[in-house]
Design a protein around this ligand. Structure first.
Ligand code: ZN
Ligand code: ZN
Length: 419
């Protein structure tokens, strides 16, 4: 891996300026004087440098950058002792948590090889994963609770590009992934900021309809899927922009196509078949089929990566229950691209999905989200994991079911069934 000067990048580097602008102004909505922590791969420096500059241009206080690298990650799996894998650098997560709880914004740049850990011993991968989940809690909680504004944005890394475009040469693959990222992130147009405003209006309309209906549960039918999912009491649908506890309206995910809320952790019944592979901690899990009873997965299998999937479900009590339900039309730009990105940020936005584990406490009416006990009482799940997996397709129908049993079409053949 090399860091290329702008002129040698196999794509139009000026698009990175637009992406940085959208990330800082729409994604983060960074405030005057606000500090910022950026995490990302060394390879993504051409974008990270622009993000830092754009942040300062928008009045940032102190921008701190924490860099990572696929080979650095592998060095641990290849050479560290088994015993040491139960440990994680708690101190860095505590420091990040402290910063986020004190109004520092968080920006993550995704560029790494999604399958970096394929070929590693699943037991060692699970060990590190568990230790990291526990240690990272102080840094994750302020993010899932929206204590501060945050954003995730992507950069076309070479290993990732090779995976998405296996039949292209290196430069062509990076260029193709760059084009896909710029287009799906809605920055390949005349006025990306205005385009994001228009997109947000659409997402808001869908949320409003769902919030007015306030369904008791959703019923999913598709090949291999016959599943009724209860929604949490006083749930609220969200999508695109969110207002954080520190009062800043940010758009956390770029791209984002989903409208989502918190399901009831004790009310899920029936069978679900995943429609796309899931990449979890560098491992591919495909062909997932599960059975729910009383909100909990009681039977699970996968054609590929079953061992990792079953370990994941055993992480803690909440890991086999649901923390998110999200609706995405099958005609979303990510879905129509026909590409599999091997990254949740992209693939989840291609399709309707559900997530195992931690719920988003912001998806509740009133002050419920501020009190973890009230969240739990309303049915919100808690766990050290949050893992999305795709269940949407052109064959999926969803009905909303009201408290008194009335059914309303929500999606038909993977598309919204209302305007
Ligand atoms: Zn989601
Ligand atoms: Zn999610």
């Amino acid at each position: 891996m090399t860091i290329l000067p702008d002129a040698d990048l196999p794509f139009d580097a000026s698009m990175l300026d637009r992406l940085a602008e959208v990330s800082i102004r729409v994604g983060l909505n960074l405030q005057e004087g606000q500090d910022l922590i950026i995490t990302g791969a060394v390879e993504a420096l051409p974008l990270i440098r622009r993000l830092s500059a754009e942040a300062y241009k928008n009045g940032a206080g102190v921008v701190s950058t924490i860099l990572s690298d696929d080979e650095l990650q592998l060095s641990r799996y290849e050479h560290a002792s088994d015993e040491s894998l139960d440990r994680a650098p708690d101190w860095i997560f505590k420091a990040m948590g402290e910063a986020y709880n004190n109004n520092t914004a968080r920006l993550a740049v995704v560029a790494d090889n999604p399958l970096n850990l394929v070929g590693q011993d699943p037991a060692r991968v699970a060990k590190v994963g568990k230790a990291m989940s526990i240690a990272s809690k102080p840094a994750m909680e302020p993010i899932t609770q929206f204590s501060t504004n945050w954003n995730i944005v992507s950069y076309p890394g070479l290993a990732w590009a090779r995976l998405v475009f296996p039949n292209k040469g290196d430069d062509d693959a990076v260029a193709a992934l760059a084009d896909a990222i710029f287009s799906i992130s809605r920055v390949d147009c005349e006025d990306p900021i205005a385009e994001w405003e228009r997109h947000q209006k659409e997402l808001t309309k869908k949320q409003q309809w769902l919030n007015e209906k306030s369904f008791h549960s959703l019923h999913y039918t598709a090949p291999g899927t016959d599943f009724t999912l209860g929604l949490a009491d006083n749930h609220q649908w969200k999508g695109g922009a969110s207002t954080t506890l520190n009062g800043i309206t940010c758009t956390p995910n770029i791209p984002t196509e989903e409208v989502f809320t918190t399901p009831h952790s004790l009310r899920a019944e029936g069978t679900v078949r995943a429609t796309k592979p899931l990449v979890h901690r560098g491992t591919l899990i495909d062909g997932i089929e599960v059975k729910f009873k009383g909100g909990k997965i009681i039977d699970a299998k996968a054609e590929i990566g079953e061992e990792v999937f079953l370990e994941l479900l055993k992480t803690d009590e909440g890991a086999s229950r649901l923390g998110e339900v999200a609706l995405v039309p099958n005609s979303s730009p990510i879905s129509t691209s026909g590409l599999l990105f091997y990254k949740t940020l992209f693939d989840e936005n291609a399709s309707c999905h559900i997530a195992l584990g931690q719920c988003y406490s912001k998806c509740f009416n009133g002050d419920i989200g501020k009190d973890p006990e009230a969240v739990a009482a309303a049915g919100g799940n808690s766990s050290n994991i949050h893992v999305d997996w795709m269940i949407g397709s052109a064959e999926l129908d969803i009905d909303g079911i009201s408290e008194d049993g009335v059914r309303t079409p929500v999606m038909r053949r993977g598309e919204w069934a209302f305007d």
